[in-house]
Design a protein. Structure first.
Lengths: 249, 719
């Protein structure tokens, strides 16, 4: 078997060494013995994506620890702003529920704890739920909290619990992006933590911007009817659209 | 000759030159028309688009021709510098675009490049003819050649001069006008016939399909079945009429392509279907239809003999071998026949082993050619019990790369640094800088290891930039392309041991391209004769099979544990398996090649089948084995450039076994003195000296065949 293989190798090597001699010969021989290459777009795209990920991981593994950490913080931020529009809307959904600091803090904390938990579980391969299930549910979670904002004037007691549940879903969403992105074998945990820090920073940034935009109207009597409710409706519509898109289209 | 062919390819196009000028815009954007300011002059792959090639080829050929004209029309008397060196410096643009193009058509192609490749081939061969048949150019070279004694040229310059001259002479430069016209006529006839041979064979190979129902798949594994279903689906999609489509619906298709046929022959329990598929393969071009190749092959052989005679050679083989390490047909026959007897004896033992299994299974048939794959696999399992899957976890790509880096480091002190900031043509193509033991830059190594749908099968080495010391120190950029299975999920890529030897083999070629240190690029690296250039590659494989070295890199990718001794022992024992078959089919094809090309112009072969039959009877080939290629599908020799050269592989194998034996004899596979000799006389020298001289300078004597017989288990050592 070995010499069969060697013969093959030789044959192919010679063909390339002879690049300048008879390029046309080799094309003929290869096409005859191997058949034509088939160029299938979806397969080629998948191969290319996988290769890109391998390349990214090789680069990552060759970096220093601090550089890796910084890179994953950045990746975490980027997966909120600008790439994570659904997560942005969810956080805005929380924001438009209440302007009471404590209430908001409770919700955001619940969300953070929950998504950190599932992100870690999924990244460590302890828990696997397919994207076709998680993604539509994430869309629904946005609809849910936005509708709640319109229905209840004040946030109800169980709201942080609901948000915690939804946070579990969003964590799975982050995990799938992260697994496409790839984590370096050598520093798995630090990179995971860095990514999560990035996500928190991105989330915080969304809240700060939102607060800055409504700062002067937050005490107005019309805040709820002209800002809080319309914004929530728009958020709900987006969520609904994504749900339909992710399930049916 | 090499230089000539090279020039030739570089040369031809003025006839096709388009009068309408390319718009300036395009010229300024085309990366081939610019200096490459990339690190180490690695081609700027990201900027090169498909549409840049053709204009660059056209301009490259045009520039090359005008450079040649300038050399020919130089009013100064011909000197080595104004002729040979000027020739060496010519054709830079064409060279640049060619090396990128022909690398990517193999490793990262697309339908557009494939089409370009077809369009370019006649243009380039016409270009090459314009240079190799240029009388003015030859006259200048001949003048210098005649005066060479008094010119105080270096040895390398003398070799360049005589090689270049010989190339012209071999294209007919010394013939009179009438003879030249005859040669041109024969050449064009041969070229038409070789094209026809290839097209016939393509039609014959694609024309047969074994369409099976689910019930016919007995014995086949899931992967093979899935591939056959995929083939059927593709055929269905390509079919035009509904009737044709229906033919493939829910079926499984096998074809006489090796990738489809071998798995079927190995696994299928349907002996009748194995026979059918096997026969479709060996009868290609021999079906007495419109695409029959019997007459075509005989005509090609006859024309080649006529041409050789016109040139003053006894036969075509004499003409070809003049430039090889083995200089005459007698030497080639002598080598092949020394191996033939032990190989055939071994094959007969293998047949008996397989027959014993057939009998034990209670079957009542005699082993036939189409049973070989299935029953040799059964013998292998029974005798060696080597579980390939158990090896793989120890052979991750990164560990194997470390192994080859470490091996070459111990031999020559070279070191490797992976570079991450150089963009290549594909994210799987990795880049390393190779440095010498004193830290100086030697070259760039690109390793592109995984199989993908736009890459040709097989494994090869090539270069994007070759080495030269003519205009400053130019260091090479070389590439290894392989087809190892890509990793699944987040696990590392795991190789089979066969992949490991392939990697070492190709890396040996890469070393030949990287360590080279000569003045003229046309004589650098792997430019030597075909029966020599495999030597630097094949010898490196031996280190991969040394238990101590294997243990140094074969570490389990999860546990870090070293490959157990017991596994290594089994692995090495299994390497001698089925060598009777492999050598017999290969040697039979090599002898057939020689028989065709030692015909004289007077011989008139009417029936290629009868010729082949008598040729094989003469050596006593058994009916359980066919030559690796039968005449009617021996595309290497009748459609490609391997006529009277198929023996080269085994000649290089004699050298590598004998060469490695030298290390073994010293008791140290890294013997520094021998390693240094191997480097200076072989890896550095390119083709600046006669290959046999290079070998004997390294080895201290001429090669012997004994070590090869031992390695392949043809000395009676295989079980």
């Amino acid at each position: 078997m070995r010499s069969i293989k060697i013969i093959f190798l030789l044959f192919f090597f010679l063909s390339s060494a002879q690049i300048f001699a008879h390029p046309e010969d080799e094309l003929i021989i290869r096409e005859i013995e191997e058949g034509q290459l088939s160029f299938q777009d979806d397969q080629m795209t998948a191969e290319y994506e996988a290769a890109l990920k391998r390349q990214r991981l090789r680069k990552l593994n060759a970096m220093s620890g601090s550089k890796q950490f910084f890179l994953f913080v950045k990746a975490g931020i980027e997966h909120i702003i600008p790439k994570g529009l659904d997560h942005i809307l969810f956080v805005l959904g929380l924001f438009f529920s209440s302007l009471v600091f404590m209430s908001l803090l409770k919700q955001v904390t619940a969300f953070t704890l929950a998504h950190t938990l599932t992100l870690a579980l999924a990244a460590l391969d302890i828990m696997q739920i397919p994207g076709q299930i998680v993604e539509p549910l994430i869309a629904l979670s946005i609809v849910w909290i936005a509708v709640e904002n319109c229905v209840f004037k004040k946030t109800n007691k169980w709201r942080p619990l609901v948000v915690f549940g939804f946070g579990l879903l969003h964590g799975l969403g982050f995990a799938s992006v992260l697994s496409d992105y790839g984590l370096p074998q050598g520093s798995f945990i630090p990179s995971l933590i860095a990514f999560n820090i990035g996500v928190e920073l991105g989330q915080l940034l969304v809240l700060i911007i939102a607060l800055a935009l409504v700062w002067f109207f937050r005490k107005k009597t019309w805040y709820r009817s002209y800002i809080q409710i319309p914004a929530s409706i728009i958020i709900a519509l987006f969520g609904l659209f994504w749900f339909i898109e992710r399930v049916f289209l | 000759m090499k230089k000539l062919l090279f020039l030739a390819t570089l040369v031809v196009i003025s006839s096709c030159k388009n009068e309408t000028k390319q718009p300036e815009m395009q010229t300024s954007e085309n990366p081939f028309f610019q200096e490459w300011n990339t690190p180490f002059e690695v081609p700027p792959f990201e900027d090169i688009k498909d549409e840049h090639y053709m204009p660059a080829f056209e301009k490259g050929m045009e520039e090359h021709l005008s450079e040649i004209d300038a050399i020919v029309n130089n009013t100064e008397a011909p000197t080595f510098k104004n002729t040979l060196e000027a020739l060496e410096k010519s054709g830079k643009l064409l060279n640049k675009v060619q090396s990128v193009f022909y690398n990517l058509t193999g490793s990262n192609t697309n339908p557009k490049l494939q089409e370009l490749q077809r369009d370019l081939s006649p243009l380039l061969s016409a270009h090459s003819d314009k240079i190799s048949l240029n009388e003015g150019l030859f006259k200048r070279i001949e003048t210098i050649y005649q005066e060479r004694e008094g010119l105080s040229l270096t040895e390398e310059q003398l070799k360049l001069l005589s090689d270049t001259r010989k190339g012209f002479v071999r294209s007919g430069a010394l013939l009179n006008a009438e003879q030249k016209a005859q040669i041109t006529k024969i050449n064009s006839e041969i070229s038409e016939l070789t094209t026809a041979f290839g097209q016939n064979l393509l039609a014959e190979t694609n024309g047969f399909e074994l369409i099976l129902d689910k019930a016919d798949l007995d014995g086949l594994s899931d992967g093979i079945i899935a591939a056959a279903a995929e083939t059927a689906a593709q055929k269905m999609e390509a079919a035009e009429s509904d009737e044709d489509k229906a033919k493939y619906k829910d079926k499984y298709v096998f074809t006489p392509h090796r990738s489809s046929m071998y798995p079927f022959l190995t696994e299928s329990n349907r002996r009748d279907l194995r026979e059918k598929l096997y026969k479709s393969y060996v009868m290609r071009g021999d079906n007495g239809n419109k695409t029959d190749n019997k007459e075509v092959a005989a005509k090609i052989a006859k024309l080649r003999a006529e041409r050789a005679q016109l040139m003053g050679y006894e036969t075509h083989a004499h003409f070809v071998l003049e430039e090889r390490m083995l200089k005459t047909p007698e030497e080639v026959y002598n080598l092949l026949m020394q191996l033939w007897k032990p190989a055939l004896e071994r094959a007969k033992v293998e047949v008996a082993d397989m027959q014993a299994i057939v009998d034990a299974e209670g079957h009542d048939f005699k082993i036939a050619a189409w049973d070989w794959w299935q029953y040799s696999e059964k013998v292998r399992k029974a005798r060696y019990n080597l579980d390939e899957a158990a090896l793989k976890p120890y052979l991750s790509l990164d560990n194997v790369l470390n192994g080859v880096f470490e091996t070459t480091n111990k031999l020559w002190g070279v070191t490797y640094t992976e570079l991450f900031d150089i963009n290549t043509y594909h994210p799987d193509a990795r880049v390393w800088e190779v440095k010498d033991k004193d830290g100086s830059h030697l070259g760039i190594f690109i390793g592109d290891y995984f199989s993908r749908s736009n890459k040709r099968g097989g494994a090869w080495m090539s270069s994007f930039k070759s080495q030269s010391n003519l205009e400053g120190k130019e260091r090479p950029v070389v590439v290894n392309v392989c087809n190892f299975p890509a990793p699944v999920g987040d696990d590392p890529a795991l190789l089979s041991f066969e992949n490991v030897t392939t990697l070492f083999h190709e890396f040996g070629h890469a070393m030949h391209g990287i360590l080279t240190n000569v003045t003229y690029s046309s004589m650098s690296g792997t430019s030597g004769p075909r029966d020599f250039t495999e030597f630097p590659a094949q010898i490196l494989e031996h280190w991969a099979s040394e238990p101590a070295i294997l243990k140094s890199f074969a570490k389990h990718y999860k546990t870090g544990e070293t490959m157990p001794d017991e596994l290594i022992e089994k692995l090495l024992k299994a390497s001698k398996f089925n060598q009777g078959f492999a050598n017999t089919e290969y040697l039979a094809a090599s002898l057939l090649d020689m028989d065709w090309h030692t015909l004289s112009a007077e011989d008139d072969i009417k029936d290629a089948d009868a010729f082949e039959k008598s040729s094989m009877e003469k050596i006593g080939l058994i009916e359980e084995i066919a030559p690796r290629y039968r005449s009617t599908y021996f595309s290497h020799i009748f459609a490609g450039g391997y006529a009277s050269g198929y023996y080269s592989y085994v000649h290089s194998a004699v050298l590598d076994s004998d060469g490695f034996e030298a290390f073994k004899e010293t008791g140290d596979v890294f013997n520094p003195e021998l390693a240094a000799k191997l480097r200076t006389h072989v890896y550095e020298k390119g083709s600046t000296e006669e290959a046999m001289d290079l070998y004997t300078q390294f080895r201290g004597r001429q090669p012997k065949i004994d070590a090869l017989l031992k390695v392949r288990g043809l000395d009676g050592s295989a079980e």
